[in-house]
Write a protein that binds this ligand. Structure first.
Ligand code: GYE
Length: 328
């Protein structure tokens, strides 16, 4: 009798342990930038620290690899899928399969678009408000040039992110709103640098040859801005002075460039999403529901602070005052 009781107790404990062990799969797009590295590390660590099994896939910038990874997660019978979509479109089939398999889909960073006509195919999304990030960057340019008493045209080179990705589409749209409202702001060169330093540098080299007068570089991420700084130096110009440079992300390397006077500003986008992922999974396990879309609070950091960056009169913060808080 006693033996049987012990056996039952042992079995119950084993079942208990087994069900506590969740399999959490994460499909990442690649490793194109400092932002991405921080994002990968943070999300992976949070899942592992929560005591769950992590199944990780790096798609090396290929949508077809992400599709394969998602199908693979389904076959493995994972409990949750964490997903950021390299580009917005082309996911209908595979996301219908995820839904069919009843695996809760947690979206982070880049939102995919579907033609399902509803939003019950995903649990919730956490990521940057990309149009607002672009808008704040545009407002910073406008108000910075006003603050220095600049009159006349502002010639802007745009290095855009991966074409068709959520942040590229959103940041372009937000910045263009400010351009449309301010006819002196002129986009004189506009090309993708795919969110990488190497391409940022190469495209800036080409822009410097093609455009006689460049006042501003707006790079849709900091890595491209940092690559472009090298091209600007190589062309014998002084980055941060001859050409005003604003990036996006607010990674530590951009803060360092701002403090060194080689870059002027960066519109923040946080890569730290691990805590939110864990919070959501724990909540879902407990039967909670979540708001579909949540954006973190984000700032613009620059050389001196005090430049108006939105319609509510919020101002930029001085990067030097915040550089020590940057974790990535
Ligand atoms: O800005 C860029 C990265 O999707 C928000 O992707 C992210 C972007 C980020 O490569 O640096």
């Amino acid at each position: 009798m006693k033996k049987i009781l012990v056996l039952i107790l042992a079995l119950t404990m084993m079942v208990g342990v087994a069900s506590a062990e969740l399999k959490v799969a994460f499909s990442q797009i690649g490793q194109e930038s400092d932002w991405r590295t921080a994002n990968t590390d943070d999300v992976k660590k949070a899942i592992v620290d929560a005591g769950w099994e992590l199944i990780y896939d790096d798609a090396q910038q290929k949508q077809e690899n992400q599709v394969k990874a998602l199908r693979n997660f389904i076959t493995q019978g994972v409990d949750y899928i964490v997903f950021t979509a390299i580009v917005t479109t082309g996911w209908d089939d595979v996301l219908a399969e995820v839904k069919e398999a009843e695996i809760p889909l947690i979206l982070i960073d880049r939102l995919p678009e579907t033609s399902f006509g509803n939003d019950d195919w995903y649990t919730c999304y956490f990521g940057g408000d990309f149009p607002f990030e672009g808008y704040k960057a545009g407002m910073w340019v406008k108000n910075y040039f006003e603050s220095i008493g600049h009159k006349g045209d502002i010639n802007i080179v745009r290095l855009s992110g991966t074409t068709g990705s959520d942040p590229q589409i959103g940041r372009t749209k937000g910045f263009d709103e400010v351009v449309a409202a301010n006819p002196n702001m002129k986009i004189v060169y506009d090309q993708t640098g795919n969110f990488t330093r190497a391409e940022g540098q190469a495209v800036m080299e080409a822009a410097l040859k093609a455009v006689p007068k460049i006042d501003v570089l707006w790079a849709e991420n900091d890595d491209m801005a940092l690559g472009a700084i090298e091209a600007i130096k190589a062309a014998g110009k002084v980055p941060g002075k001859d050409i005003i440079i604003i990036g996006c992300d607010a990674v530590k390397a951009a803060f360092e460039a701002i403090v060194a006077g080689e870059m002027n500003a960066t519109s923040e986008c946080t890569p730290l999403m691990g805590a939110r992922v864990v919070e959501v999974i724990k909540g879902l396990e407990a039967g909670q529901t979540f708001d579909k879309v949540v954006h973190p609070v984000e700032y613009v950091y620059d050389m001196n602070g005090g430049i108006v960056i939105d319609d509510d009169g919020n101002v930029s913060l001085k990067a030097a005052d915040h550089i020590n808080e940057r974790l990535y």
